[in-house]
Write a protein that binds this ligand. Structure first.
Ligand SMILES: Cc1ncc(C[n+]2csc(CCOP(=O)(O)OP(=O)(O)O)c2C)c(N)n1
Ligand SMILES: [Mg+2]
Length: 425
């Protein structure tokens, strides 16, 4: 018999398995609706041309036990519909412009675009108040825009200019705004999850210990690949333990750079992992903004009223490569075509028109307004100054002597006032 080794695993073809071919002790009760999703191990366009079934949300045991979390088609007003449409167009147009500017050499380092995933950002973030917090990943421009950070300051940040939201020091992967409680932009995967958990803890501490009127909620966005990292599990545990006002939003775009989600995780149904910690877990069609919004509404209000965290898995897709440096040759064209046909913006536009919530001309004028806004953002970024040289050394806390470098460029420990009030160094 062949001995098991990682080397063998790499060359042995993977058996065609479904998501549900493993026994799953406590999630198989008859109360559960038969879960399904559009892409499974057995119907993935990677290996077959089977036409996927439509997606609907599925429920974990905890959700089924008593919450409204789930997914009826959301009813919206005309006004809400136009806000949602505008935000998705803003995200898409901004990212398309980023691609142009990147290839013209206006941006430096890695730039990861969000095209295709707009329904998640809009569906969640447009329900927030300004004080609520958002924690993102390196795919963060659109989360920042949905949260209210201006296109000018996000574009200027991408150009490395002093007028950027981080004064040009952060770049693409580090969008931050104190004003809008956009807490970043994190380059290391999973790094933002503990920060988000800490932000949610702050809200709870303010309310329950300091007795301040605080019902702020934190949304933590991250990808499918990130759910295999330790911080994910550690933070789910703490969030339930302390009943924190947080929503963990997994943007499952089925890929982690060039690694398929179906090959890299023991159980690809991420939503199920909430139940292991006693947290509701929901799977939702992340290409349908109204379904996302419906689930988001309940998850956010659960958090706001003090009922604790929720794990939401949004099944989505990125329409471009992992970053603008990625030629995107690994993903199967059938799979790309399948999701391109489910473009969340095209689908929502159709919905608005069919339901008589908007006319083609209303939507055209939104598109025109956003085009102008993005052109203005580029002009602003171009015309903005680069940061002064002195800024290079700000926020640098490492130096050979271990005490940091001050804004004047000198070691802090050389400042006579440095040790005042502290232990002798
Ligand atoms: C701690 C850490 N390990 C590895 C990497 C390299 N890396 C960058 S992106 C990425 C894949 C993440 O995939 P996913 O969480 O699905 O997010 P997506 O890019 O699909 O939005 C990896 C492994 C990293 N940035 N940080
Ligand atoms: Mg991914």
């Amino acid at each position: 018999m062949e001995s098991f080794s990682v080397a063998n695993l790499a060359v042995v073809p993977q058996p065609a398995a479904t998501f549900f071919d493993r026994p799953c002790s406590f999630l198989t009760g008859s109360h559960l609706k038969a879960p399904f999703r559009s892409i499974t191990k057995s119907n993935s366009p990677i290996s077959s041309s089977a036409i996927p079934k439509p997606i609907r949300a599925v429920f974990s045991e905890v959700v089924a036990a008593g919450s409204n979390l789930g997914c009826q088609q959301e009813m919206i007003t005309r006004e809400e519909g136009l806000i949602i449409y505008e935000d998705m167009i803003l995200g898409r147009t901004f990212e398309d412009m980023c691609a142009q500017m990147y290839y013209r050499g206006k941006m430096f380092g890695f730039v990861h675009l969000y095209n295709g995933q707009e329904a998640v950002s809009t569906g969640f973030i447009k329900l927030l108040k300004q004080q609520d917090c958002v924690v993102s990943t390196y795919r963060d421009h659109v989360h920042a825009l949905s949260k209210g950070v201006t296109a000018r300051s996000v574009m200027a940040e991408l150009f490395g200019k002093a007028t950027g939201c981080c004064r040009g020091q952060g770049g693409s992967m580090h969008m931050f705004s104190k004003e809008f409680n956009m807490l970043g932009g994190f380059a290391f995967i999973g790094e933002g999850i503990p920060v988000a958990t800490g932000a949610a803890f702050t809200s709870k501490y303010k309310r329950e210990v300091l007795k301040e009127p605080c019902d702020d909620v934190t949304l933590a966005f991250f990808g499918d690949g990130t759910c295999n990292n330790g911080q994910f599990f550690e933070c789910l545990n703490m969030a339930v333990l302390w009943k924190l006002p947080i929503v963990f939003v997994v943007e499952n775009n089925l890929w982690a750079i060039g690694m398929s989600h179906l090959r890299s995780t023991s159980d690809p149904e991420i939503w199920k992992k909430g139940a292991a910690f006693g947290m509701p877990g929901v799977h939702v069609d992340g290409m349908d903004v109204l379904k996302v919004r419906e689930v988001a509404k309940e998850a956010i209000s659960r958090a706001r009223r003090g009922d604790g965290p929720t794990l939401v898995e949004c099944e989505t897709y990125r329409f471009r490569g992992h970053s603008l440096a990625d030629p995107d040759e690994l993903r199967n064209p059938d799979e790309k075509a399948h999701y391109a046909a489910r473009d969340p913006i095209v689908a929502f536009k159709k919905y608005l028109i069919e339901k008589n919530l908007a006319k083609e001309s209303d939507l055209k004028s939104i598109e025109k307004k956003i085009d102008e806004l993005i052109d203005d953002a580029v002009e602003f970024a171009e015309a903005s100054p680069v940061p002064p040289r002195s800024q290079l050394l700000e926020n640098v806390f490492a130096d050979p002597k271990g005490f940091g470098i001050g804004p004047d460029g000198k070691y802090r420990c050389e400042d006579p006032g440095f040790t005042q009030g502290t232990a002798q160094v």
